[in-house]
Design a protein around this ligand. Sequence first.
Ligand SMILES: [Zn+2]
Length: 363
Amino acid sequence: MIQAQTTAEKGELAAAEIISAELGRWGVHCRIETWDQTRANVVAHVESTRRKAALLFPCHLDVVGPGEAQWKHPPFAAVETDGKVYGRGAADMKGGIAAIVTAIGQIVESGTELQGDILLFGAAGEETDSCGARRFVQRAGTLPKLAGVVVTEPTEFEVITAHRGLLWLEVTTKGKAAHGSTPHLGINAIASMKAVLDELEGYKVPFEPHELLGECSMSINKIAGGEAINMVPDKCSLGVDIRTLPTQNHQDIVADFERLLEKLKQSHPRFAADVSMLRDVQALETDSSCDFVRDFCSVVGCSDTRAVGFTTDGPHFAPLGAPVVIFGPGKPELCHKPDEYIDLADVEKAVEHYKNILLRFLS
Ligand SMILES: [Zn+2]
């Protein structure tokens, strides 16, 4: 799975094919869906008597790139040493995928009569725009009734029921290109962006603090503008990363940004800018006291649930109407860093947990 190198550039198909071949050994059929040349989702469906509601296990097939830093072992070699496998995606989240695929295979092999269906969904693009999860949920009309959704992301075996949402905005200022020797004939988009930056420096996205998730945060993390040193730039863009609370409405935040740009236009007639939403994932807030979460915690031996700082595809599955929890092997702090690894003992422990979950809810 690590060697499949499922970055945004290479796409997810190789990983989808590995899952399909592996589950195929146990007679479980997978459907692979591909689009945009490189994107791929995979869905495995184990049918049952349907006396009980089904479980859905979403995971993501893609990984972030290895980054610029030097790794101890090549990032896509999947070197195994001291009971650990090193590589990009080892923790986030090829380890969790290996565990759930193995658990499903072993349950099928055991001949257990299932009373509820098992659905495994491997998503494209979780690290970029959640294109895979959105696509899956849009076409989910034919899914069986769900008892719960278990996202197999790395949580070090803690049951996560809440995380903040994510709203990525791009502000683009528009100018007029001119030769660098005659700047008065153009409108400098970088200079226009300075006005935006000045305005955003003192800006706070309005929010009410949340008892589990704390505060909303905003950080300006990207800027790009200008093509050549002898050319007045006609475009400059800014990337803003906002992490939101369940009570915040993303459309309202965008509308506030639009008002802010409008205000700048009022005071500078040559100013032109717009804002667009690059990514939009709602916060996750599952009721920790519901029966599914309580039963889930007792199966995996956790006395309580937790909230985390990172964001997952989890909120995309909330509209399916079942409680969403995140639970899996691997340390979240290793994600997106050099020398990412997974302990093989944790993958094996996860297989046992997932089998217990399948048996508890579906047999
Ligand atoms: Zn992940």
